[in-house]
Design a protein around this ligand. Structure first.
Ligand SMILES: NC(=O)c1ccc[n+]([C@@H]2O[C@H](COP(=O)([O-])OP(=O)(O)OC[C@H]3O[C@@H](n4cnc5c(N)ncnc54)[C@H](O)[C@@H]3O)[C@@H](O)[C@H]2O)c1
Length: 307
């Protein structure tokens, strides 16, 4: 049977791409956000829905007989450091309200993305395994780790089925929403427009990244398998390739673009310094039987075509 999916925070970098993939899957999709979509932004029904409004979430679940929720409402890492209190309120409020509204309804499972921001220097940043010490350095990372602990509780108690992936930086043609890895998308846009780019991260700052199509295929696969196949109660690591601003520039120029790159490190550098250089996602690949389709070069090539 196809799913009846509610996407919360559907107008961000990830939401629209998930809408299209789920529609292609044959699912019913209802998108929601706290902004109004532009006329051609979404290919599905839309409702205005604030994730902080539990009553309205519940009403929407009941009205549309929703069976799955993808909860993307969040304030991301870089933006979150400017408003740490608000970041806690929105990220934890959205997480908890979606769970509260879903328990005892038609909702069978929830997808809630975590992030590599849960990690820290104590995690062993050269190659980060799934279960390691985590002392996040941003409020965003704190909310992701708190959400992971809470979802583990809900899963273990059998209250509701919540699934999660710690996404690396996502490379897409859609606009990034204020994270530390936004430069990967911004550099592609600058290259396409023949503009210069000033990188907020140092040239050799290596971080894990992933084509948005791979993030979507991994997530849809995770959401489609039996719960018994999932060996973690919280989130899975997920990786694809690693790059730095300098290496990404080399990749872009190897595709025939010219991009003049300068470096002006800002507060994002100190965030990136506490994030993994490489992710060990062997557990996810073993449990979910998934592997990425895109490497660094094919990611840049494909997204440049779409911009
Ligand atoms: N983009 C990445 O590289 C990345 C990496 C790791 C994890 N993630 C996670 O994936 C999810 C989606 O990320 P994204 O990049 O699309 O973020 P984004 O900032 O681009 O989009 C978030 C969306 O949530 C909406 N939103 C904010 N507050 C809301 C509220 N109260 N109610 C309803 N909607 C609200 C915003 O309007 C926005 O459209 C987030 O949980 C994020 O932490 C993203």
């Amino acid at each position: 049977m196809n799913n009846r999916v509610l996407i919360i925070g559907a107008l961000g970098q990830l939401g629209g791409v998930f809408v299209d993939a789920l529609l292609e899957n044959g699912d019913f999709v209802l998108a929601s956000d706290i902004h109004t979509p532009t006329p051609d932004q979404l290919n599905c029904d839309y409702v205005f829905l604030d994730a902080l409004n539990t009553r309205k979430i519940k009403k929407t679940i009941l009205k549309y007989n929703i069976s799955q929720i993808y909860n993307f409402a969040a304030v991301l890492s870089a933006k979150g450091e400017r408003y740490p209190m608000k970041t806690w309120e929105i990220n934890m409020g959205a997480f908890l309200n979606v769970v509260k509204a879903s328990i005892g309804t038609s909702v069978k499972s929830i997808f809630w993305p975590s992030s590599i921001a849960v990690f820290s220097e104590q995690s062993g940043l050269e190659l980060v395994k799934n279960e390691v010490p985590m002392f996040p350095t941003t409020m965003y990372g704190v909310t992701k780790l708190a959400g992971e602990k809470a979802m583990s509780y809900f899963n273990t108690k059998g209250l509701i089925d919540i699934r999660s992936i710690r996404f690396p930086g996502i490379v897409s043609s859609s606009e990034p929403g204020g994270g530390t890895t936004d430069y990967v998308v911004e550099m592609l846009k600058a290259a396409k427009l023949n503009k210069n780019y000033v990188s907020p991260l140092g040239k050799n700052t290596v971080l894990p990244m992933m084509h948005i199509k791979d993030a979507v295929s991994a997530t849809l696969k995770l959401m489609s398998i039996d719960r018994e196949k999932i060996s973690v109660s919280s989130a899975y690591n997920l990786g694809s390739f690693e790059t730095s601003p300098q290496r990404w520039n080399k990749t872009i120029t190897s595709l025939g673009y010219r991009l003049k790159l300068e470096f002006k490190e800002d507060f994002r550098q100190s965030i990136a310094d506490t994030w993994p250089k490489k992710i060990d996602d062997s557990l996810f690949r073993k449990d979910v039987l998934w592997s990425p389709e895109f490497d660094e070069k094919s990611t840049a090539k494909d997204i440049l075509k779409l911009i």
